[in-house]
Design a protein around this ligand. Structure first.
Ligand code: DX5
Ligand code: ZN
Length: 224
């Protein structure tokens, strides 16, 4: 599968937000990763609905919304109306998983479930045919710039399970988020991930476009 990159604006300069969005667009990244935190599901508070709405229709990038909030179901319609193309929520949140997926789908938005490092692969299996994407967290959600945790086994297990059990035409997207850089990208791609979220590595880079290219480079161990 082709590797895609989703740039986390958690590491962007808030005072330069508009320019940062242009920089992401020019970098060749497919998506903008928008981390929403409510101070309850995680110990941090970030962006909400108005800032997302300000980007709606203003960028060619896919708006990839990652909800780290306790009651995602309550806000699905608001984030969809504000321009989300993909809505990811956590299986560990307080909302009913099946109901939340259905609510996202009703809005015509791509639906994804996410699991924290301590949640096993099996937690996503019941929803394998109902989601477009699974997000495997490679750090504890809450903050950018944390150290990568190797979730290769979990990613491979989900990829294998989807290969066997998914009956929908579109292949499952597997996204990873947390500590992704030039070194860790190869590990997660070889395990079966095809969408890489990256924040601090890309914003730290002297040239974001070069860094995006590096993340996409084919370094598979089983290339034919
Ligand atoms: C963490 C967020 C991530 C974060 C990744 O809870 O979900 O999207 O921005 O940042 P880096 O790439 O710096 O680990
Ligand atoms: Zn995220």
């Amino acid at each position: 599968m082709k590797t895609e990159v989703s740039v986390s604006v958690l590491s962007a300069n808030p005072l330069e937000f508009g320019n940062e969005i242009k920089k992401i667009e020019k970098s060749g990244a497919e998506m903008i990763h928008y981390d929403v935190m409510d101070g309850i599901f995680v110990n941090n508070i970030t962006f909400g609905i108005p800032l997302l709405k300000s980007m709606k229709g203003k960028t060619k990038c896919i708006l990839d919304v990652h909800l780290m909030i306790q009651e995602p179901l309550k806000y699905v319609d608001d984030f969809a109306d504000a321009g989300a193309d993909i809505i990811t929520f956590h299986i560990e949140s307080g909302s009913d998983v099946a109901e939340t997926i259905a609510a996202i789908r009703r809005k015509g938005v791509k639906a994804a479930v996410s699991i924290k490092p301590n949640t096993p692969a099996e937690a996503v299996y019941p929803y394998i045919n109902d989601v477009d994407m699974v997000l495997v967290m490679t750090v504890e959600p809450g903050f950018g710039g944390q150290k990568f945790m190797d979730m290769s086994k979990k990613i491979s297990a989900i990829r294998q399970y989807a290969d066997v059990n998914r009956t929908t035409a579109a292949p499952l997207d597997i996204q990873v988020d947390g500590g992704i850089d030039n070194v860790t990208a190869a590990l997660v791609k070889n395990a079966g991930a095809n969408i890489l979220v990256s924040g601090s590595y890309l914003f730290r880079a002297e040239n974001m476009a070069d860094a995006v290219r590096t993340l996409k480079e084919d370094n598979s161990t089983n290339a034919e």
